[in-house]
Every structure is written in C-alpha cells, then in structure tokens.
Write a protein that binds this ligand. Structure first.
Ligand code: CDP
Length: 228
C-alpha cells in the first residue's frame, strides 16, 4: 500500500508564530496548511453574532452547535473556514473574538464538535496543522511534531507589531504580554486537550531566530524525520 504524505503538527502558545510558520512550511513542501485556531475563532464569531447570551455558551448542546454550519474547504495551499457559504478571514481576529475564544475552546462539547472536521483535513496527509492540541489529540499519529515557543515579551512584541503595524510602547507591551499570558494559562490548564508539548515533539525556541531561520529549522527536522 502506498504510504500517504506526512502530517506535520505545530503546537505552542499564543504569538509563537505558529500560523505564519506553518503556512511557510506548507508552501515549501507543497502541503496544505490547517489553522485549527480559525475553527475555534469561527465558532466564537458565530456565537457573538447569534444573539445567544454569553452566559449560555457553556451549556450549549451539540444540537445547538450544529445550527452553525462551520466547515473547512480546501483552497490551494490552505483550508478556508466557512460559516454557511461565507468565507471568514479578518473577522476572526478582532479583539472581541480573541478575548472570548479561549474560554469557549475549553468546553469539551466544543472540542468534540470540531474534531471531525480537523481529522478529515488530514485524511490524505500532506498537511501542516497548527494549534494547541494538534500533536497530542487531533493527529497523534503525525510523523513530525514541533512545539514552537518564544519568550513571552517577544511574543507580545510580535503580536502587537503584526496587528497595529508599529512597535508598542513599554506600557502597551506590558498590556499585550498580560493578555497573552492569561490566554496561555487558560489554554494550558483546561481539562480537555490542554496546551502541551506532545510526546516526541521537537521544541523550537524562536526567541532569537529570524522567521526564515525558524522555517529552515523545521524543514530540516521534517527532512530528517521523513526521508529515512
Ligand atoms: O494565533 P494565536 O496563537 O493567538 O491563536 P489561535 O491559534 O488563533 O487560537 C485561538 C485560541 O483558540 C487559542 O487561544 C485556544 O484557546 C484555541 N485553540 C485551541 O484550543 N485548540 C487549537 N487547536 C487551536 C486553538
């Protein structure tokens, strides 16, 4: 039987550059990129616009979640995230969504509900998937697992620069760091699928690496692990 192309997982805390790195690695390998965080963000966006009160979100049964048709559509080197027929992009990264996505992602019903779409995306391999539980829960069979980290202040700096297109002042950097720290803490301490370095994952600390260098480091690991 012909072996399917590999799956590469990139997990790590907020602002470690997972999505941009995963996209670049996928492009280099001719694989498709899955940004799993976009699915959790899509549900947050859908709920914010649904009229369902936020206090009720923790008790939403699967049948209610099914009302939101959130799905992945292969589109060249990536998967688009759709809500019904609407392709979601910038609306997923608003401060309103970012502030609410982590508590919602901690709900077991939500994680269970989104699991199948992610596994389907990896059915044929040739995937670079980034998130929090790609290597631990969604694709435990992945051939290459990377855990991407960086110093908190560095991550906050990069995140601010990317969003506001300028460098933060010292107080702004402190505020950003605190927001990221809180989200990481929540993602790491939840009961279901917490943020963890998967067994066998290679840790790559990008604090002192240029973007190009971190992509190269990962490509090197992929080559070593898959061309044996
Ligand atoms: O880009 P950033 O790292 O800030 O976030 P993201 O990857 O878009 O993920 C947003 C949030 O979704 C995370 O803080 C997690 O709470 C949740 N998430 C998750 O629980 N599991 C995943 N596989 C991906 C995201």
């Amino acid at each position: 039987m012909k072996k399917r192309p590999p799956i590469i997982t990139l997990d790590g805390p907020a602002g470690s550059g997972k999505s941009t790195t995963a996209r670049a690695v996928a492009r280099r390998l001719g694989f498709r990129h899955l940004d799993s965080g976009a699915l959790y963000r899509a549900l947050t966006f859908a709920l914010l616009n649904s009229g369902i009160k936020e206090e009720e979100w923790p008790d939403l049964p699967k049948e209610k979640l099914d009302r939101f048709h959130i799905w992945l559509r292969p589109a060249g080197p990536r998967f688009e995230v759709l809500l019904g027929e609407r392709v979601l992009n910038d609306e997923l990264r608003t401060p309103e969504v970012t502030a609410r996505v982590s508590p919602l992602s901690a709900l077991p019903a939500v994680r269970e509900w989104l699991l199948e779409a992610q596994r389907q995306a990896g059915r044929e391999g040739g995937l670079v998937a980034d998130g929090r539980d790609m290597g631990t829960v969604v694709f435990p069979e992945a051939e290459v697992k990377i855990y991407l980290t960086a110093d908190l202040k560095e991550r906050a700096f990069r995140r601010f620069l990317e969003r506001d297109e300028r460098e933060p002042s010292v107080p702004e950097l402190d505020v950003e760091s605190e927001k990221i720290r809180e989200r990481d803490e929540r993602d790491s301490n939840r009961v279901v699928a917490p943020l963890r370095k998967a067994p066998g994952a290679i840790e790559v600390d990008t604090s002192f690496l240029s973007f190009q260098a971190q992509v190269e480091v990962i490509i090197d690991h992929v080559k070593t692990l898959t061309e044996r």
